[in-house]
Write a protein that binds this ligand. Structure first.
Ligand SMILES: NC(=O)c1ccc[n+]([C@@H]2O[C@H](COP(=O)([O-])OP(=O)(O)OC[C@H]3O[C@@H](n4cnc5c(N)ncnc54)[C@H](OP(=O)(O)O)[C@@H]3O)[C@@H](O)[C@H]2O)c1
Length: 299
């Protein structure tokens, strides 16, 4: 692996060259994929890699609970096992979907059995790339992912960051495997705390706003169910309008704010009550918490 190949990309850019075609898996030919941890995120990843075109016979899931293994095998037709080592042996890609506190022991368990050149992709929140690289064989390509919960329905937003031995080929493969979970963007690892604060924790902010809008509807006399449906459709439709029009959100807001009208009166109250400042402060708090958790892990 050359220095260029192992370069960590800056946000939104392409990583180093990393194009030695015979040195491991690629987006065009991923090879067998092992998903370790078959919980909420593990099941989502199994569904995503199958939706991305992998054959069920090329996908293995390893999970402690035999009942959960059976459930995943029945649902997806993939191979299942309670043995992490059996799952990763000969796998070209290992997708780690265990809780952060289990990452270290799982790495220690699988490290001696990884195929040469196998790519390790992990969705564990807050575990730094250095923690993987210190436990895996030298030169193991690692990609860290920060997903969010809408990934469960294919509408997620994930950011991926490359470890020192992961190049363009590995990032492209991670993108292919995650494509069915929604948007995937590349960032440098230093930006993952900010990503955590925006898209990682962001669904909670959106749920908070939807709940507040529904509560406001009830305050104004609407049945709760009707108010909730209106709030959800409004948030969903507004997000789609931003995306599909390509217009800046401020332009779209101005367009629905007629002089002396209802909307401008409402937005003034959002300003008076510091809603924008609250969102900024919330994101800073989440960023700081993410940093602290990463440091506690030994970043
Ligand atoms: N859910 C999300 O929306 C989300 C979002 C961002 C990031 N993540 C990350 O995704 C990872 C998984 O989260 P999750 O929500 O999917 O958690 P989860 O539902 O609890 O799934 C974790 C699974 O791993 C299994 N497991 C535990 N120890 C294991 C071992 N030694 N070997 C193999 N499997 C083992 C657990 O089995 P037992 O139940 O038997 O312990 C459980 O089925 C976490 O690191 C989290 O930070 C999740």
């Amino acid at each position: 692996m050359t220095q260029d190949e192992s370069a960590t990309p800056e946000a939104g850019t392409t990583a180093g060259a990393g194009t030695t075609p015979d040195a491991g898996p690629s987006a065009a030919a991923p090879g067998p994929v092992a998903v370790v941890g078959g919980g909420v995120m593990g099941a989502t990843l199994v569904g995503a890699v199958l939706a991305g075109g992998l054959a069920p016979g090329d996908v293995r899931v390893a999970e402690r609970s035999a009942a959960r293994v059976a459930e995943l095998v029945a649902a997806h037709g993939v191979q299942g096992t309670a043995d992490n080592v059996a799952a990763v042996t000969d796998a070209a890609v290992v997708l780690l979907a265990v809780k952060p506190d289990v990452v270290a022991p799982v790495l220690d368990e699988i490290a001696p059995h990884l195929a040469p050149g196998a790519l390790v992709v992990s969705v564990a929140a807050g575990v730094p790339l250095a923690a993987y690289e210190s436990r895996l064989p030298a030169g193991t390509p690692v990609v860290r992912v920060m997903p969010n919960t809408p990934a469960l329905i294919g509408r997620g937003a994930s950011a991926i960051a490359a470890g020192t031995a992961a190049g363009e080929r590995h990032l492209a493969l991670a993108e292919r495997l995650l494509a069915a979970t929604g948007l995937v963007v590349r960032v440098a690892e230093k930006d993952l705390d900010a990503v955590t604060a925006i898209s990682g924790s962001g669904p909670a902010y959106a749920f908070y706003v939807i709940d507040a809008m529904a509560e406001a509807g009830v305050l104004l006399g609407l049945p709760r169910d009707l108010a909730t449906r209106l709030a959800v459709a409004t948030v969903e439709g507004s997000a789609a309008l931003v995306r599909e029009s390509g217009d800046h959100p401020v332009v779209l807001r101005e367009r629905v704010s007629s002089p002396g009208g209802t909307t401008v009166a409402a937005v003034r109250q959002l300003d008076v009550h510091g809603v924008r400042a609250g969102v900024l402060a919330a994101a800073e708090a989440a960023r700081d918490r993410s940093r602290a958790l990463g440091a506690a892990y030994g970043a």
